[in-house]
Ligand binder design. Structure first.
Ligand code: AGP
Length: 362
C-alpha cells in the first residue's frame, strides 16, 4: 500500500525518520539562509522576540524537551529570560506573567489540544504568539501571530525523532538571529556549526550495529532504566527516557545527575542500566562522579560522551561538535537504542500501545 511505498526499504517509519535527520538539518540551513550565507528569520518575528521582556515556551512531550534546550539558546545568546512550561499544566496553573511576554508554542503537529488551549487563553489576554511547527496551516500555526516551520517532512512514527532535532535547529537559528538583531554576536558561525552537526548525524546513523548491540546488552530483559546528565545532557536524557518508555514499555526516567542522591538512588539495584551523557565540559567531572556513585550500588553504566571528553570505559563516543549544539547529536544514539530495544522486545515500534501521533484531546 501507499504507506509501504513511502517507507521504501525501511522496516519502520521511525528508522527512516531517524536516518533523515542529516538531510533535515541541511534543509533547515538552506531554508533559513540569507543571500550572503548567514541565517535569517522574518523581521517581524525577530522584532517580536526582541520586544519581549520574557519568553514563555509552551509544549508537550518531546516538543517540551526541545523547549528546555531552546531556553538555553535564547538565554545564552539573545539574553532574554525564558520559562518553559508543560502545556497541560500552564492552562490550570498560570504563572504570574511579565509585562511584555511573547509565547512560543512548539508542536510538531500543530494540533496538540493542551497547547491550543493555552494559545486561546493567552490570545484572550491580548498576548502575541509564535508557533514553531512542522505542519503549515495547522491549528496552532493559523491561530498564532507568527509561524516558523521545521521543514522536517511528514513525521509518521508516533515516537518523534526528526521533528525534535529540527525543533532544536530552528530554535538555535531563532536565538542566534535575535541575538544578532540586538547587536550581540555569537562567538561562532552557527551555519557552519549546524553543517558540522549534519555531518556528525550522518556518522551516527551509520553506527546502527553498535546501537543495536547496546540495546541488546542493556535493554533485552530489564524492567527499568535511568538516564542521567547535567545541564543540557539532563534534558537530552529526559528525551531519551521518553523515547525508550513510549516504544519499548521499559520504565525509564531521566534525572539530573546531582539529584539522584536525593531519593532516586534508592532504586538502583544490581544490573540497573544507567545511561549517562557526558557532552558538556563544565559538568564532566561531576557527572562522572554521579556515575561512580551508582556503579558503587551495582548499576550497569553506559556512558555516552563526546570526543575530547571521553574516558576509557565510555561505551560510546560522539563525534566532536560545538558543545552548545551537542543535544542535536547526543539524542541520535538514544533514538536508535530505543528503536532496537523496542524491536527486540517485539513491540510495535511505529504504533505503540495507548498512544496517538497527535493528542487532540485535553
Ligand atoms: C513524542 O515521541 C511523543 N509521541 C509526544 O510526546 C509528542 O511529542 C507530544 O504529544 C507533542 O506533540 P506535538 O509536538 O505534535 O505537539
Amino acid at each position: 500500500d501507499a504507506s509501504d511505498i513511502e517507507k521504501g526499504t525501511y522496516p519502520h517509519y521511525m528508522l527512516k525518520e531517524i536516518d533523515e535527520q542529516p538531510l533535515v538539518m541541511r534543509k533547515i540551513i538552506d531554508k533559513y539562509r540569507n543571500a550572503v550565507g548567514g541565517l535569517t528569520v522574518d523581521a517581524d518575528i525577530v522584532n517580536a522576540v526582541n520586544a519581549a521582556d520574557r519568553i514563555y515556551i509552551i509544549a508537550a512531550g518531546t516538543s517540551y524537551h526541545a523547549g528546555l534546550i531552546g531556553k538555553q539558546f535564547i538565554e545564552n545568546w539573545a539574553k532574554i529570560p525564558v520559562e518553559v512550561h508543560i502545556a497541560s499544566e500552564f492552562s490550570y496553573n498560570m504563572p504570574l506573567l511579565s509585562e511584555n511576554p511573547l509565547f512560543i508554542f512548539i508542536s510538531q503537529s500543530g494540533e496538540t489540544a493542551d497547547s491550543r488551549s493555552v494559545l486561546v487563553q493567552i490570545k484572550e489576554l491580548g498576548h502575541k504568539a509564535l508557533t514553531i511547527t512542522n505542519v503549515q496551516g495547522s491549528t496552532l500555526s493559523r491561530e498564532a501571530d507568527y509561524t516558523l516551520l521545521l521543514h522536517a517532512g511528514p513525521e509518521i512514527a508516533v515516537a518523534s525523532t526528526k521533528a525534535y532535532t529540527a525543533q532544536l535547529a530552528v530554535l538555535s537559528i531563532l536565538a542566534a538571529v535575535a541575538a544578532h538583531g540586538k547587536g550581540l554576536s555569537l562567538e561562532f558561525d552557527l551555519t557552519k556549526e549546524l553543517g558540522i552537526v549534519a555531518n556528525a548525524m550522518e556518522v551516527l546513523c551509520d553506527q546502527k550495529e553498535e546501537m543495536e548491540a547496546i540495546a541488546k546488552e542493556y535493554f533485552s530483559t530489564t524492567r527499568n532504566a535511568f538516564f542521567i546528565g547535567r545541564s543540557v545532557d539532563y534534558y537530552v536524557g529526559l528525551e531519551g527516557a521518553l523515547k525508550l518508555k513510549e516504544i519499548s514499555y521499559i520504565q525509564a526516567e531521566g534525572f539530573a545527575g546531582g539529584e539522584l542522591k536525593h531519593g532516586t538512588i534508592a532504586l538502583i539495584e544490581n544490573g540497573t542500566p544507567i545511561i549517562a551523557l557526558a557532552t558538556q565540559e563544565h559538568v564532566n567531572l561531576s557527572i562522572r562522579g554521579n556515575v561512580k556513585e551508582v556503579v558503587a550500588r551495582g548499576a550497569n553504566p553506559c556512558i555516552i560522551s563526546m570526543k575530547g571528553l571521553e574516558e576509557e570505559d565510555d561505551r560510546f563516543v560522539l563525534p566532536s561538535i560545538h558543545e552548545q549544539l551537542a543535544p542535536l547529536a547526543a539524542v541520535i544514539p538514544l533514538q536508535l537504542i530505543s528503536y532496537y530495544a523496542a524491536l527486540h522486545r517485539g513491540c510495535d515500534v511505529d504504533k505503540p500501545r495507548n498512544l496517538a501521533k497527535s493528542v487532540t484531546v485535553e
